[in-house]
Design a binder for this molecule. Sequence first.
Ligand SMILES: [Zn+2]
Length: 265
Amino acid sequence: MDHPRAFLLLKPDCLRLGLSGPVERAITRAGLRIVCRHRVTLSPADVRCLWPEYHDAGHPLALAFLDRYLTGAPSEVLHLRGPDAFEAARRVKREVRSRHADGPFANVVHGAERRGEMARQADHLLGRCDACAEPFRSDEPPLVPARPPGRDFRDDADLTALVDELWPLVQGVPTPTYPGPVRLEGDDTGQAVYLGSDRENTLDSTVTALWHALPGIELRHAVLLALHAGWSGGTPIAVGGRRALDDCLRSLRAHGVHACGQGIT
Ligand SMILES: [Zn+2]
């Protein structure tokens, strides 16, 4: 089934950094043309509608960062047409991100990774425009894959204030700030527990695992470790005695984090 229509969302950082021109040239190179442009300022409700794999009770950290990133400043939705537009738009997204993205909350453009996701999101974003409101069709069900939830950290902290505090630290160079490992009990063995990049988990499920595996860790510290590990692919998160490090690893795995191990500091 050919999909002659697609969309790309130019996020607030794309507009702020003046990257619309490079994105539009990449769209043209991909054989697509822009048939309509829509300036939108996304609301928290839009964010939850576009990414229903995240919900407030299970993913309050991811949503607090997404709200900070995507709401309150203008974005632009580009309605695209061209041969095999879905695949072409996805290639444009990857090309733009590989050149300009600067962290998970600074990745410039959004485009759907699955056809069902594109149809659902396009209908939400383009349905407000008379010229574009014809529904997208997809031969895939608009299935939303569940993402692992975490603790409801709204009970522990003012997450909006936490994200405001951390915001300058999670983008820019170096990306993001490394807060250092947690020092556990026992004599230093020269070993550390490392946390890797883990697409099977979410920010919330990873921070929740750290919360249990590193008892007493400050929430801001756990968030920075999780974000740094996602970027670096291997971040030392704890140092200390052999038994403490073994306990930490066991607890991470018990909480579903398997991209972890012990290594020399
Ligand atoms: Zn339109």
